[in-house]
Write a protein that binds this ligand. Structure first.
Ligand code: PDD
Length: 279
């Protein structure tokens, strides 16, 4: 693979980042994952808007402007002949002597991007649905900032896997926050889509925004509010959304099979129209 590191396109074996990089020492960095479908970027503008927000919240500088950022994405797609998969982008506060205080303003930020080829449309998980299990949400209080400190969700995912599930639905104060790398939705038995409202408790998903717009355009009923694990287990169907999986049906929650155990009609419909629009 060819990757991008601070202005250069290099083979992945030759890519270098300082051991003093604050991303490495303090997880002092933010990231974005943009999906690529048929060689094209999906919802690129949305990811750039959220990147700006994450950078602003942390008082970090933007290394290059949107146009350059798009050019780097496109160059990586071409150089790696990427048809379907993702592009990962990471900005950190750069390299400086280890100190809890931020380094001086003139410290250049680090910018790294790489591609990941992966089927997104025809996947077993989207055909069969996934299983989720409830796990305590042990993350920090600013989940709206897309930082690279991902150990807590990684631990939550492993705890869910230890219970035989594919992913965790993290729970805080008796309500579901989100999945470890996706937003969570249930569909009630009366057909209403319920997903947690935006706040500092969850990441403001770019796929979430698109899916809620498509649901409204399709006259589906949506409620943005926290829901409980009990409501989830009693749901007619469920799904998660993320750039890396689009709309992914959930067929089992904490050992309880939803409906007939197959992906539900609303999840399937939203997945179809999301992919149709992305293409
Ligand atoms: N994760 N919630 C969390 C905690 C996430 O990490 C993500 C994305 C989402 C969905 O956001 P979006 O629709 O903008 O991808 C929600 C990326 C894909 C990842 O970490 O790989």
């Amino acid at each position: 693979r060819t990757v991008y590191v601070n202005g250069e396109y290099v083979p992945e074996e030759e890519a270098k980042i300082s051991v003093f990089d604050r991303g490495f020492l303090f997880a002092d960095g933010v990231y974005e994952v943009t999906s690529v479908l048929d060689g094209k970027l999906v919802d690129f503008a949305g990811h750039m808007t959220r990147l700006d927000r994450s950078l602003n919240e942390l008082g970090m500088k933007r290394p290059v402007d949107d146009a350059q950022m798009e050019a780097i994405h496109r160059e990586l797609i071409v150089q790696n002949e990427l048809e379907e998969g993702m592009i990962y982008l990471q900005v950190t506060r750069g390299a400086a002597d280890r100190d809890f205080a931020y380094p001086s303003e003139d410290t250049p930020p680090s910018l790294v991007l790489f591609t990941q080829s992966k089927p997104l449309v025809d996947t077993a998980a989207s055909q069969n649905g996934i299983k989720v299990a409830f796990v305590d949400d042990i993350r920090w209080g600013r989940r709206d900032i897309k930082t690279v400190q991902l150990l807590a969700p990684s631990m939550c995912k492993m705890a869910a896997k230890a219970q035989g599930a594919d992913d965790a639905w993290m729970v805080e104060e008796e309500h579901v926050t989100e999945g470890t790398s996706n937003n969570a939705y249930i569909v009630t038995k009366s057909g209403t889509i319920v997903t947690r409202n935006l706040s500092n408790s969850i990441l403001h998903g770019i796929t979430r925004a698109a899916v809620l717009r498509l649901a409204a355009e399709s006259q589906m009923k949506v409620e943005e509010r926290p829901f409980t694990p009990e409501e989830a287990k009693d749901a007619a169907e469920a799904f998660v959304t993320a750039a890396s999986s689009f709309v992914q049906p959930v067929v089992e929650i904490d050992g309880v099979t939803l409906g007939d155990g197959k992906p539900g009609p609303i999840a399937k419909r939203l997945r179809e129209i999301y992919i149709a629009e992305a293409r």
